[in-house]
Every structure is written in C-alpha cells, then in structure tokens.
Design a protein around this ligand. Structure first.
Ligand code: URA
Length: 261
C-alpha cells in the first residue's frame, strides 16, 4: 500500500492569520457601546448581561470583543452606528456667541465651545442674542436633514416679551400663523406659562422668526431661549457647556426628519 502523502504544512502567513484569529481581537463590546452613547461602561455591561446585544446574530456575552468595521452589532435588534468618525454635540449657547464658524467682528463662536477636532459645524443657527440648545456635528447628511425647514423638526422656545400678558387674541394669531414680510408663518403651538412669558413650538427656521412673530403681535422679545430641538432637551446643561448626543437622540432626530419627508 502506497504511503499516504502527508498534507503539506500551510504557508507561514496562513498559520499566522489562523493564530491571530484565535486571539481576542477588536475592542471590548462594552467600550464600543459606551462610545456610541449607550451609557457608561457599567451600564453597557448590564445591557450585554441582559442579553440585549447580538453580534452577527448571536447573543453576546460579557467580555466579547468586536471588530466594529466587520461585525454586525445590534442592541434590541437595532444595528448600532458603526461610524466612529462622526460626532454629535449638544451645546447650550450663551448670549453673545455667534453660530458661524468665524466672525469678522471677532465675537466668540459656537465652535470654540466644543473640541477643535474633528471639525464640526452648527446645525441651523441661533441669533447672537438667543440662548439655548443647538446641535453641532461633522455629519453633513444628518445636518442637512434636520436643518431643512421641511424636515419637520420641532423647536421649542421660551420667549420673555414686553407689554405683559399676551391676550387670547394675540395667542390665537401666533397659533394660526402671523403675516410677516416673508409670508404667513406655519401654525405654532403656543402657551403662556406666566404673564409675559411664551412657550412656542415651531418647525420652520426663518431668520429671527420667533422675534418677528412676537413683535408682529405687539410683544417684542426681551429674552429668547431655545429649550428643545426635536425630542432633545436638557435642563442640566449649563450655558456654554456641551455634551455628546446619545445614539438614541441622534436616531430620534434622524427618524423624525426622514418620516416627515
Ligand atoms: N427665532 C428667533 O427669532 N431667533 C432665533 O435665534 C431662533 C428662532
């Protein structure tokens, strides 16, 4: 009987590749989830331990490592964002800061309030004398979607106005639409939590819109604060401070706009 030929040894590079596949590779799952806004590492470990995370269709166990560019990771069945080059900040803009990238008059700019790398830009704008929440990102597609007036993203403002309590007729005008020089405004949600303070929700983004609406009904604005962008609000964020949007917040903003189209 002829001697069976022994299988030749695989080339060295194949052996190395095989060996390295057996090594724990990639990043720890809880670190990946934490970086994508699911909470602290501790919280992410709990999410994994609860069996809510799958990697390539299998429930992940604690200690699992993933290669984010190759492995498909889901939380509660939803794929997690894999692009870790994109950032989304929520900033509480103080008065006096401009929402352009640079200012010929040398005033402080919104981009100076967040890390300088990667470079980001504001989504939409707030007047220099308006305070409150604004999103900054380097995700151009996302920015275009949520800044577009047809995107349907609600923005809520708190406006302190002159001349005391706004009459029911004034409130009705704001709600139904106010005739401005660039046309009738879309219906707004309006309440008056106290005399001379209005809470307005609009989804258009015309220049100085809230100020012009209030002026048109005889109540010029003395202070204007944006308190909500879509479903994103944050009473804890101090003026001048920023934080990352959570993945849920990014998703919620993106979903709202896509549904509205
Ligand atoms: N409406 C305004 O009048 N100013 C802003 O900054 C935003 C909305």
């Amino acid at each position: 009987m002829a001697e069976r030929r022994r299988r030749p040894e695989p080339p060295l590079w194949e052996q190395l590749a095989e060996a390295s596949r057996a090594l724990p590779q990639g990043e720890r799952l809880q670190k990946v989830l934490a970086a994508r806004g699911f909470g602290s590492r501790r919280v992410c470990e709990e999410i994994i331990a609860a069996g809510r995370v799958q990697v390539n269709g299998e429930v992940a166990v604690l200690g699992r490592r993933v290669d984010v560019s190759a492995d498909k990771v889901t939380v509660d069945g939803e794929p997690i964002g894999l692009r870790d080059d994109l950032v989304y900040y929520l900033v509480n803009k103080p008065i006096g800061v401009v929402t352009t990238a640079s200012d010929p008059q040398g005033r402080p700019t919104i981009v100076e309030l967040v890390p300088s790398e990667p470079r980001v830009f504001p989504v939409g704008r707030l007047d220099v004398d308006t305070e409150g929440l604004i999103v900054l990102t380097n995700d151009g597609d996302f920015a275009q979607l949520i800044a577009h007036p047809s995107g349907g993203i609600d923005k809520e403002y708190l406006a302190h106005v002159e001349n005391g309590r706004v009459s029911p007729a004034g409130l009705r005008r704001l709600r139904d639409g106010v005739e401005l020089e660039d046309g009738l405004t879309a219906p707004a949600r309006v309440s008056q939590p106290e005399a001379g303070v209005l809470r307005l929700t609009i989804h258009e983004g015309r220049n100085r819109q809230v100020r012009r609406m209030c002026e048109a009904i005889g109540h010029p604005v003395t202070r204007l604060v944006r308190t909500r962008v879509g479903s994103v609000a944050d009473r804890e964020l101090a003026p001048g401070a920023w934080r990352h949007l959570s993945l849920d917040e990014v998703r919620a903003l993106g979903k709202r706009t896509r549904m509205a189209h």
